[in-house]
Design a protein around this ligand. Structure first.
Ligand SMILES: [Fe+2]
Length: 252
């Protein structure tokens, strides 16, 4: 296996129309940093906007003009599939109907994006149909290193809120991943802080948000989802054929 692949994972941008462009500026700064690292692709792993509003998607589209590398989008629980399709017609990899799941094939590492949002809900769900799609998609290229991207973390972080609103049916995901040894990483967002876990043989990385960081609530007396002053940022996943994959936190 030869080659090199640098994936900039930018998550939970939560673009707003009423923040004087603050969230959009952070996205642009993350993309500028990704350009310095010569990222081959930029994947936004959901919660692209804050309230599914038209002006927010328009602001996101403006922020993504003239990116330094191809940009790929996927929905989080703050997104709406129809609007995503509508406002990004040039993103031809997005399916025209149903879930916005797809595979990025043009790099030495395959990226399989799984849309597992539930409209109107905060948690995620991998349906039986979604699991079957993922199984078939992974089976199509068993020898190519693959990153699987989700929005919701598929493992328990021991945070009282986020364990309630993570990916339901994570066991279903684990059963599929276990069959496909070429999966070298599972990447996700949603938690607005960096954390690591494992599903079957695959390390899981939760990317931070570019907009704000949540603290951890492990005990009932602690505030739920407190915003902290920890550093926001994004993840740079760097792969080479000889050296495998390393995932770096890049602070904004
Ligand atoms: Fe978010």
């Amino acid at each position: 296996m030869s080659g090199r692949f640098l994936l900039a994972q930018i998550s939970d941008t939560h673009i707003r129309a009423d923040d004087h462009g603050e969230a959009a500026a952070k996205l642009k700064k993350a993309m500028a940093q990704a350009a310095q690292y010569r990222a081959d692709a930029i994947l936004l792993t959901g919660d692209l906007v804050n309230d599914e509003r038209t002006e927010e998607y328009e602001a996101l589209a403006r922020a993504l003009l003239d990116p330094p590398a191809p940009v790929y989008l996927m929905p989080g629980n703050h997104d709406e599939r129809t609007r995503l399709r509508f406002f990004f017609p040039s993103h031809s990899y997005l399916p025209h109907s149903g879930h916005l799941s797809y595979a990025i094939e043009e790099f030495p590492v395959r990226v399989v994006v799984v849309d597992q949002i539930v409209p109107g809900e905060t948690h995620g769900l991998l349906t039986a149909a979604g699991a079957e799609w993922l199984d078939c998609t992974l089976a199509a290229a068993p020898n190519k290193p693959t990153i699987v991207a989700l929005h919701h973390p598929p493992f328990l972080t021991h945070d009282l809120l986020f364990d309630n609103i993570g990916l339901r049916d994570a066991d279903l995901l684990a059963g599929v991943i276990a069959k496909h040894r070429q999966v070298i990483r599972i990447i996700c967002g949603h938690h607005h802080r960096v954390a690591f876990g494992q599903i079957a043989h695959a390390p899981v990385v939760i990317a931070p948000s570019t907009s704000w960081v949540y603290g951890i609530a492990m005990y009932p007396e602690q505030p739920i989802a407190p915003r902290t002053d920890e550093q926001t940022g994004w993840m740079l996943h760097a792969w080479t054929g000889a050296g495998g994959c390393a995932s770096h936190f890049i602070g904004l």
